[in-house]
Design a protein around this ligand. Structure first.
Ligand SMILES: CC(C)(COP(=O)(O)OP(=O)(O)OC[C@H]1O[C@@H](n2cnc3c(N)ncnc32)[C@H](O)[C@@H]1OP(=O)(O)O)[C@@H](O)C(=O)NCCC(=O)NCCS
Length: 155
């Protein structure tokens, strides 16, 4: 592979982004990231803490995208589970990392998690005016290997 091609490959999100479950130490960075985005829900600390609690009802799956070396959080998504249903409650990617496939990576990993949790219907709420979200989350929903699903567009 030429140096040019290798550099291009190494700067692709596939090699720079690691997806993992949320840990308690992520909380501050997640809140800061959400607060930096106008369209992301600005949850209080207690809401993120609930997302970490395996005993909480509904149970939540929170996935983090980070740079593997520095551990900087690039984005995250939270889904609440009430099997057979799940709701994608939030997804957020840091502004300077947007349009590099980070949300796509998170949603692909979330699909696997939902499948393992026996989810057959995913609920989504995306404002029609939020074109970044409707263009990234909408296609994900339409490709979900799980069964029925509904997408709510709020105008
Ligand atoms: C929505 C959001 C999570 C998308 O994250 P992202 O990492 O930039 O998305 P991706 O790079 O994985 O994009 C996947 C595809 O979605 C579409 N897309 C993403 N952002 C888009 C935009 N601003 N305009 C049009 N299409 C867009 C594109 O088709 C894109 O693929 P492409 O870049 O190959 O064309 C991000 O814009 C964000 O954090 N927004 C603020 C928070 C928010 O609105 N969250 C949703 C409500 S909870």
């Amino acid at each position: 592979m030429s140096l040019e091609r290798r550099n291009a490959h190494e700067s692709s999100p596939g090699t720079e982004v690691r997806i993992r479950r949320m840990a308690p130490t992520d909380l501050d960075q997640m809140m800061e990231l959400a607060l930096s985005l106008e369209h992301a829900p600005h949850w209080p600390r207690s809401a993120y803490a609930v997302a970490l609690d395996p005993e909480a009802a509904p149970r939540r799956i929170t996935l983090i995208a980070e740079t593997p070396l520095s551990g900087v959080i690039l984005g995250f998504a939270v889904a609440s589970l009430l099997p057979p249903q799940a709701e994608l409650e939030t997804i957020a990617v840091a502004t300077k990392w947007q349009r590099r496939g980070v949300a796509r990576r998170i949603l692909t990993a979330m699909t696997e998690e939902l499948r393992t949790a026996m989810i057959t219907e995913v609920l989504l709420e995306v404002r029609a005016s939020n074109s970044a979200a409707s263009h990234s989350i909408g296609p994900w929903a339409s490709r979900l290997p799980v069964g029925a699903r509904s997408t709510t567009l709020i105008h």
